[in-house]
Design a protein around this ligand. Structure first.
Ligand code: BG6
Length: 478
């Protein structure tokens, strides 16, 4: 038994990690543009080091990225060749509103995405659009302090109005904020937040989160008003936390770690602040300032489906002596001795995907969508049997096969309602965490290195042909 008919298969990208063309078509500067590759990146994306413009010392990979701005037709054709039925991508806010606070949108930006969506539709590919994938116009960062300021809600509302109206009939699936919980770990990347010495960072993060949650509810409201066919989802950086042992305090530590993330989806899906969050925010004296009507909006406009990224599970312990940590998507966590790791140290845990799918479905009972999953690895371009350049990426095939199997079990054996699967980075793109090109996820190799050298030519990897078969067989042949 495999996936249901009409299951959506495809890949996911984000504007700033693939488009480039950072100043073309009237596009304004965004937080994601000024995040450099190299040792300063973490300080910048976590809001510890302010970088509000380019300097001569750093290389900024998102400026040109993989130049999809000019090559989207070639890239979408390759996606179609693999048989994609869905393509998850994001809109760069500063292409539509270059400063973020204009009254009228930028026609060149609107037209660009219209062309992209039409290109997808030409091949029967359903666009799944993230409204903000880590980006915020720099003008909003400088002049308003980004999402810490309530006025961002109305700027985001303008964005939603502009895109929902313009793309009515072209786009049906929307995600409001990519990995909304990332605001806690990488607040500049997630929400354009930087901090002054002595500020209560946690309070600011939760205030900004409240603004995003209200904005997300408004987006759902507007999307449904503009077109009742629209389906709006939230998006979580997921991966369940395991207790390090069955010692009850470890189990509690794992539960608390998961609640840090679930908080956001609890609000977006259940429509209210969960009791555990209210108690904690109150106890710490950091309850967000809310306006009349906020709670009603949250309650009334909950999401239609729950989407998430899954790269790895996590592990927690109450014992301070257990402190060997390991990297992972967004959050570092305790090392799980039962799991192998990727070249970037991220744990590899296909069963964790089945566990996460079940946990989310038990909790929210709404259709789920796996909108990111994949393996970042170093690839070597070699000459293939037919003389074309390729990558023999059996390691990627193995990773994806195991994860898709686990997902299939969740659907066919556990009864999870799953809309689709968009693996991360079907074409190599700039890493969000490190800014590298060397960390590749794609089925399509892009000739570009960490310093921006390369022809940008595209080559099909071995996994390209493998994924094509997976889609053709609707997940039967793995
Ligand atoms: C997710 C993001 O956190 O993970 C993507 O939504 C990101 O933007 C992906 O690229 C993989 O992370 P990284 O750091 O390997 O690019």
């Amino acid at each position: 038994m495999a996936f249901r008919k009409g299951f959506l298969w495809g890949g996911a990208t984000a504007a700033n990690q693939c488009e480039g063309g950072f100043s073309e078509g009237g596009r304004g500067l965004a937080n994601v543009d000024v995040s450099p590759v190299g040792s300063d990146r973490m300080a910048v994306i976590s809001g510890k080091k302010k970088m509000f413009d380019f300097d001569d010392e750093h290389f900024y990979p998102s400026k040109d990225a993989i130049d999809m701005y000019h090559r989207y037709k070639e890239d979408i054709r390759l996606f179609a060749e693999m048989g994609f039925t869905v393509y998850r991508m994001s809109i760069a806010w500063s292409r539509i509103f270059p400063h973020g606070d204009e009254k009228e949108p930028n026609e060149a930006g609107l037209q660009f995405y219209e062309d992209v969506f039409r290109e997808c539709r030409k091949y029967g590919i359903e666009p799944l659009v993230t409204i903000t994938h880590f980006d915020c116009p720099m003008h909003l960062v400088r002049e308003y302090g980004a999402w810490r300021n309530r006025r961002l809600i109305s700027f985001y509302e303008n964005l939603c109005n502009a895109i929902f109206r313009r793309y009515k009939g072209l786009v049906k699936y929307w995600l409001t904020f990519n990995e909304i919980n990332v605001i806690l770990e990488a607040p500049f990347m997630g929400a354009g937040l930087c901090f002054e010495e002595g500020e209560n960072e946690k309070q600011i993060k939760y205030q900004a989160a409240h603004h995003e949650l209200v904005a997300s509810a408004l987006a759902t409201k507007i999307a449904h008003e503009v077109d009742p066919e629209n389906k709006v989802g939230c998006m979580l950086a997921a991966g369940n936390t395991y207790p390090h042992t069955c010692q009850p305090n470890d189990v509690w530590a794992a539960m608390c770690a998961d609640r840090r993330s679930y908080f956001f989806i609890d609000v977006q899906s259940h429509g209210e602040y969960p009791p555990y969050a209210l108690k904690q925010l109150e106890a710490e004296g950091i309850m967000p300032v809310m306006e009349d009507g906020d709670l009603e909006l949250l309650k009334k406009y909950t999401v239609d489906f729950v989407s998430f990224s899954y790269y790895n599970s996590r592990c927690a312990s109450a014992d301070p002596k257990v402190n060997e940590t390991i990297e992972g998507n967004i959050f570092a966590s305790l090392k799980n001795p039962y799991l192998k790791a990727s070249e970037w140290g991220w744990p590899i845990d296909p069963m964790g995907l089945r566990i996460t799918l079940n946990a989310l479905y038990d909790r929210y009972r709404k259709p789920l969508f796996v909108v990111e999953n994949g393996l970042g690895a170093v690839d070597e371009l070699v000459e293939g049997e037919n003389g074309e350049m390729t990558v023999i990426d059996d390691y990627r095939i193995e990773y994806m096969r195991d994860h898709i199997k686990a997902m299939r079990d969740a659907v066919t054996e556990d009864g999870v309602d799953l809309l689709g699967y968009t693996m991360w980075g079907p074409i190599d793109l700039v890493s969000a965490g490190t800014g590298e090109m060397k960390k590749r996820y794609g089925f399509i190799y892009v000739d570009r290195d960490n310093d921006g050298n390369g022809t940008l030519a595209r080559y099909r990897k071995k996994s390209f042909w493998w994924y094509k078969k997976v889609i053709e067989s609707n997940g039967e042949i793995l």
